[in-house]
Ligand binder design. Sequence first.
Ligand SMILES: *[C@@H]1O[C@H](CO)[C@@H](O)[C@H](O)[C@H]1NC(C)=O
Ligand SMILES: *[C@@H]1O[C@H](CO)[C@@H](O)[C@H](O)[C@H]1NC(C)=O
Ligand SMILES: *[C@@H]1O[C@H](CO)[C@@H](O)[C@H](O)[C@H]1NC(C)=O
Ligand SMILES: *[C@@H]1O[C@H](CO)[C@@H](O)[C@H](O)[C@H]1NC(C)=O
Ligand SMILES: *[C@@H]1O[C@H](CO)[C@@H](O)[C@H](O)[C@H]1NC(C)=O
Length: 424
Amino acid sequence: METMEISLVLIVVVLCASAATLVTCSSPGFHMQLRHVDGKGSYTAAERVQRAMASSRQRLATFVDVTVPVHWNTSQYIAEYLIGTPPQRAEALIDTGSDLIWTQCSDCSQCVKQGLPHYNASMSNTFHPMSCNDALCLATQEHSCRPDGSCTFRAFYGAGDASGTIDTEVFAFQNGSARLTFGCVESLMIAPGSLDGASGLIGLGRGPLSLVSQAGANKFSYCHTPYLGSNATIGASSHLFVGALASLSGDSPVMSMSFVQGPKEYPFYYVPLVGISVGQTRLPIPPAVFALKPKGTGGGVIVDSGTPTTGLAHGAYGPLREELQRQLNGSLVPPPADSEMDLCVAVAQEKKVPSMVLHFSGRADMVLPPENYWVPLDSSTSCMVMDTSNDMTIIGNFQLQNIHLLYDLAKDELSFQTADCSKL
Ligand SMILES: *[C@@H]1O[C@H](CO)[C@@H](O)[C@H](O)[C@H]1NC(C)=O
Ligand SMILES: *[C@@H]1O[C@H](CO)[C@@H](O)[C@H](O)[C@H]1NC(C)=O
Ligand SMILES: *[C@@H]1O[C@H](CO)[C@@H](O)[C@H](O)[C@H]1NC(C)=O
Ligand SMILES: *[C@@H]1O[C@H](CO)[C@@H](O)[C@H](O)[C@H]1NC(C)=O
Ligand SMILES: *[C@@H]1O[C@H](CO)[C@@H](O)[C@H](O)[C@H]1NC(C)=O
C-alpha cells in the first residue's frame, strides 16, 4: 500500500491575504489582487468577511440539513453529490482544512484526471456566475475581477493550487439541497493522485464559504470506515452529516474537548493535544511542541480530513520513534526498499505493536488501536503510518478510522466516540 503524504490543507501563508495583515503580508510566491469594491474600500477585510457571512446566511432562507455518503477509494475519502439542473454527478474530498467548495469544470484548460465527466455549466439551467461585487466573492481568500465583472479565485493547498471562477449552483446531497457558492475550476496544478480521481473538494473549514457555513449549520460529523476492512467492508460507505442530523450515539463513551482558538482568518480546527502515550508509557514531549505560536506564525495541532496520514511535529515524532524502537526491540525489521516507511515489523509480529493514546486537554483520551497507525505493506512487512511535519501537527484520516467525530460549532467543541462507521 502506498501512503499519500500530500496534504490538501490550505497553505497558511495565503491566508494573510485576509484580515489584519492585509498590507504587511506580501509573499513572493503569489500575486495578490485585491479590489475594494465593497463599500468603496471603507470596510476592513475582517468586516467584509463578516458581511459576507451575514449575506450567506440570508441567501439560504432555511437552514439545510445534509447527509452525504462518503467512501474510501485508494488514498482519500470521497463524497458523492449532484450539481446543476438537470443534475450532474460529482465526487469530492471532504476537507476540514479549507473552506471553498470547488469542482473541475468542462472548460478546464489544465485539470487532473477524474472518474466522472467534468461538470458542464452550459448543460445546467441553474448555473449563475457571481459578480465580483458580491460579498461572497469578496470573502474568497484570493479573488479578483474579470473585465466582464465576473469573480475569479485562486486557492493554494499543500498539494498545489486551483483557480477558476466563483459561481453559484444548486447542489443536491443524499438528503438536503441548496444553492451554494462554489469554485468552477479552470486550472488545477496539483500533485498527481492527491484528488484520488474525485472531481473536487468540499471545504468544511471555519470560513464563510465552507459547506457548513453556507448551510447555516452549527454542527457536523463524519466517521471514516477502515482502509483495510474484511472484504465485506471494503468500499463500505459512511456519511458526512451537516446540521441537525449530526450527533453521536451508541454505547461507547463520548469524550469532548474545546477547540483551541486559532487566528480568526484561518479555516482550521485547532485541537488541544497535550501528550501522547505508547502502550503504558507517556512520551517525553515538551508542551511547546503542540502549542500554537503567537500571531499565527505556525505550530498548533489541527484535525484535517483532507490529509490521509498524520504528520507529527518533529519534537513529538522523535520521542515516538524512540519509544517504539524500545518497545519493539528485537521485532523491528528494515523497511522495504523504495518504501518511505520508517519503522516496520514482520507481519507475524504485528500483535506486539502497542496502542497509542492521543491525550487532549479535559482528559479526552483518544485511543488509536494498532490498525489506526500501523499497516501491512505487503505479505511480510507491516509498518508505521505516521510522518513528521515541520511545525504544525496535522491529524489525518488514517488515524481516525472508526472514530466518529462531531464538530459542535455552537459549543466550540470537538467530541468523539469509537464506532463502526459502516453502520452510520
Ligand atoms: C458542454 O455542454 C455544451 C451544451 O450541451 C456543449 O456544447 C459542450 O460541448 C459541452 N462541453 C464539453 C467540454 O463537453
Ligand atoms: C435521508 O435520506 C434517507 C435515504 O434517502 C432517508 O431514509 C432518511 O429518512 C433521510 N433522513 C432525513 C432526516 O431526512
Ligand atoms: C478510485 O480508484 C480508482 C483506481 O483504483 C480510480 O480509477 C478512480 O478514479 C478513483 N476515484 C474515485 C473517485 O472513485
Ligand atoms: C477477499 O477478496 C479476495 C480478492 O477479491 C479473495 O481472493 C479472497 O478470497 C476474499 N476473502 C474472503 C475471506 O472472502
Ligand atoms: C534490545 O534488546 C537487547 C537484548 O535483548 C539489548 O541488549 C539492547 O540494549 C536493547 N536495545 C534497546 C535499544 O533497548
